[in-house]
Design a protein around this ligand. Structure first.
Ligand SMILES: [Zn+2]
Length: 330
């Protein structure tokens, strides 16, 4: 696996597009679209389908494969519409089917590991050296609904991180934060997570963002158009494309202190909230019951906040996410 996307881009004529399939040992290949602009500039990599049933980003990138005009670009765009193709074709909830591992918990990858780790390794090995910026498109998975927001990497690392582990540099974090503010996304949320694709990219010095919206296998045209537009906004921010002028300035608020609640046992889940809904400290966000109707868990808000996403299905297993929420920064 000596080829890199950086080398492939350099070998392409300026102002051209190539669709290529890169082998991944023993697994489905990585299908990429390489768009080399007519003029030089930065390289933006956009991925989707890390979780196979999060369709809006996948569909937005599938359409952008033919919609981007290299003659208009100063710089390059690389599209990876299906980071986890086996998961997409098998409708696998949140995991790579062969090993049942969440690809967004498998970074850094391992060429000698199980399927998700091999795929993470291939993404890193082929693509990281080409990327000046990385955008990863998500949604709620088949059981969740998510409000529109962006994750951006925070500089440094969480306090419990061992001292010998890499940190996100202030320079990388600043570039990511400046980019998120240029997007028509209503909320942004900083994160110290380390094992996701965009997290590991940031830890390797690539400014990165992750976008969220919708869920439950929905794919409304409006949401697909918004993701396509936001890729354009990021291209404009990086100087790769001209601003379209179509995006009115969207007020953006920062969120902090995200809390991700989980089911303490299997049960019937009754949420009282929807994605994006605000609530006061102490509010009951939902309850878990057993088959007999006994309440076995109540989720109460630790502070005034709003719902990032919630699980919309009735049956949940121990450890499943129930509701995630955060605080509005002032
Ligand atoms: Zn996802």
């Amino acid at each position: 696996m000596q080829t890199t996307v950086q080398a492939l881009l350099a070998a392409m004529p300026p102002g051209s597009t190539q669709h290529i399939s890169l082998p991944v040992y023993n697994d489905a290949p990585l299908d990429l679209t390489l768009v080399r602009g007519a003029r030089g500039g930065q390289t933006l990599v956009v991925s989707a389908g890390v979780h196979g049933c999060e369709y809006i980003g996948v569909e937005a990138l599938r359409r952008l494969r033919s919609a981007l005009d290299p003659a208009q670009l100063s710089g390059n765009v690389v599209l990876l519409p299906l980071a986890n193709p086996e998961g997409f074709y098998a409708q696998a909830k949140q995991v790579v089917p062969a090993d049942q591992v969440n690809l967004n918990r498998a970074f850094p990858g391992d060429a000698a590991g199980s399927a998700a780790y091999r795929r993470a390794y291939a993404i890193e090995r082929y693509l990281f050296s080409a990327a000046d910026f990385w955008l990863d498109l998500h949604s709620g998975d088949m059981h969740e609904m998510v409000m529109p927001y962006a994750y951006f990497p925070l500089a440094g690392a969480a306090p419990e991180t061992p001292a010998d582990q890499p940190r996100v540099t202030p320079e990388t974090a600043l570039k990511a934060c400046s980019a998120v503010k240029a997007l028509s996304v209503p909320y942004r949320l900083g994160s110290y997570a380390r094992t996701g694709l965009y997290n590991w990219a940031a830890l390797r010095g690539i400014p990165s963002l992750l976008l969220e919206r919708s869920g439950r296998c929905l794919r409304p045209e409006e949401d697909i158009a918004i993701y396509m537009r936001q890729v354009g906004e990021l291209m404009a921010h990086l100087g790769i494309a001209e601003p379209t002028g179509a995006s009115a300035a969207t007020p953006q608020q920062e969120l902090t202190d995200a809390i991700y609640t989980e089911a303490q046992q299997p049960g019937f889940w009754y949420p009282y909230i929807k994605e994006g809904q605000t609530f006061a400290a102490g509010a009951c966000l939902g309850r878990l019951e057993d088959l007999s109707g006994n309440c076995v868990q109540q989720v109460r808000a630790a502070f005034d906040g709003l719902v990032l996403y919630y699980t919309a299905v009735l049956g949940v297993a121990e450890g499943d996410g129930l509701v995630a929420y955060a605080r509005l920064a002032h």
